[in-house]
Design a protein around this ligand. Structure first.
Ligand code: UGA
Length: 441
């Protein structure tokens, strides 16, 4: 099937690559000419395991192409995915400028029937808005166009994006007609073998499903982080509690890991957008606001532990930091807890020496000019003479380090761990003082 994809960010590129892999003929359009030129040469700027190889294979096979030509992209597909960014605006609402620009281009250039798929996360009601907007633009131009809006939210996780797209646990499709249902069935047929994963519903329910899923997951995280805070103050160990509650299948083990707060491009943005939508609808969002408030506090947790140990004035101190990305297997630092931590340390006069397996370029881009941050080539190199080791991201390579070496190299034998990676008793044997989340010392 011929498919057009508008917006080649994380979601658009992964979706395009996975669709091309199964044999669809995919043309991708983006207004960023530099990015398109790189992709045409098979260069993928973002780090996602397996993605660059897949893009190059599909490019060579001719099933995946990239263009800045809006008209060519509008004319190409029988299905057009809108996968442009919907970042937060100052009031928390999602910025729909990119989505509206694509729909305007479709209204301008399209003559044949088209199914338009919202892949970007968009506020409930956006599908209806696009339907009316395109219909009006076409009518004002004295033409007619046979088109339909479909909502098909994306549930991929950074770091395992290809696997998530190749084997989705559900394919949510909001539709208004039998024709769109058939088109979407045909499109997803290669991903829907063995058992039916497609869930059809109305447009608004599909749009809300996306927000509800992310808000539920964020709620689980803030819940366990609040329990961790309680555990710390009541002398309990959150790691024991986590396992104790996770054994109940109604609760489950997933997404109840305490930590230094959730970050990334999705949870914070989607929480804000849904709270904003609730406000507009005159509806309460107190639970969601509490989830946000707990997370904001949690992102300050590591700094609070530093301050508790070293005092308010951190001038002259240097901290070693492992992990800059908001989670492992990505180079993404959007809303990463490491950023809150570093910025708080700098404000208190400290310097930071940091290492991350993939996010060094991103850190360089964000903070390269700041001489209070030194980026080092190995996890060991950040340690020498540092006042403490701080951990923000649970990369595999941080999980079984040489504790004797850490104890030797640090000026003070202190580890402050935002991901609860280690066994406190083992660290005590190396003479290391260990502070983690919800565990006491
Ligand atoms: C999230 C969702 O998990 C995806 O299903 C969704 O498609 C995506 O947002 C999106 O809307 O595009 P992602 O942001 O890539 O995916 O990352 P997650 O793996 O969900 O992690 C989010 C944050 O929660 C990270 O900072 C992570 O460290 C934190 N987290 C996660 C915890 O603190 N504890 C946990 O138990 C799990």
């Amino acid at each position: 099937m011929k498919i057009s994809v508008f917006g080649i960010g994380y979601v658009g590129l992964v979706q395009a690559a996975v669709m091309a892999e199964v044999g669809h003929d995919v043309l991708c359009m983006d207004i960023d000419a530099v990015k398109i030129a790189q992709l045409q040469r098979g260069q993928v700027r973002l780090y996602e395991p397996g993605l660059a190889e897949l893009v190059r294979e599909s490019l060579e096979a001719g099933r995946l192409r990239f263009t800045t030509d809006e008209r060519a992209a509008v004319e190409h597909g029988r299905v057009a995915f809108i996968a442009v960014g919907t970042d937060s605006q100052a009031d928390g609402s999602a910025d729909l400028a990119g989505v509206l620009a694509v729909s305007d281009a479709i209204a301008r250039h399209r003559r044949d029937p088209l199914v338009i798929v919202e892949k970007s996360t968009v506020p409930v009601g956006t599908g209806d808005r696009l339907q009316a907007r395109i219909a009006k633009a076409v009518k004002d131009a004295g033409r007619s166009l046979d088109f339909e809006i479909v909502s098909n939210p994306e549930f991929l996780k950074e770091g395992s994006a290809l696997a998530d797209c190749r084997r989705p646990d559900r394919i949510i499709v909001g539709i208004t007609s039998a024709h769109a249902r058939e088109t979407m069935r045909e499109l997803y047929e290669p991903f829907n073998r063995n058992h039916d994963r497609m869930l059809f519903m109305d447009l608004r329910s599909a749009e809300l499903t996306k927000y509800a899923a992310n808000c539920m997951l964020a709620t689980k995280i803030s819940f366990i982080n609040q329990m961790a805070e309680l555990a710390e103050h009541l002398g309990a160990d959150i790691e024991a509690v986590r396992q104790g509650i996770g054994a109940d299948p109604r609760i489950g083990y997933h997404f109840i890991y305490p930590g230094c707060g959730y970050g990334g491009s999705c949870f914070p943005k989607d929480l804000r957008a849904l709270i904003h939508s609730a406000g507009e609808a005159g509806c309460a969002s107190d639970l969601l606001q509490a989830v946000e408030a707990v997370n904001a506090r949690q992102k300050g947790k590591l700094f609070e532990l530093v301050r508790r140990h070293f005092g308010d004035d951190l001038r002259g101190r240097t901290f070693a930091l492992w992990g800059l990305a908001f989670k492992p297997n990505t180079d993404d630092m959007r809303e990463a807890p490491s950023r809150d931590l570093m910025e708080a340390l700098w404000a208190a006069g400290a310097r930071v020496r940091a290492y991350d397996p993939e996010a060094m370029h991103e850190a360089q881009r964000l903070y390269g000019d700041d001489e209070r941050l030194q980026l080092m080539g190995t996890p060991e190199a950040v340690l020498s003479g540092a006042d403490a080791l701080l951990i923000c991201t649970e990369w595999q390579q941080f999980k079984a380090p040489d504790f004797a070496l850490i104890a030797r190299k640090l000026a003070a034998p202190v580890i402050i761990d935002g991901r609860n990676l280690f066994d406190p008793e083992r660290l005590a044997r190396y003479g290391l003082r260990y502070f983690a989340i919800g565990r006491g010392e």
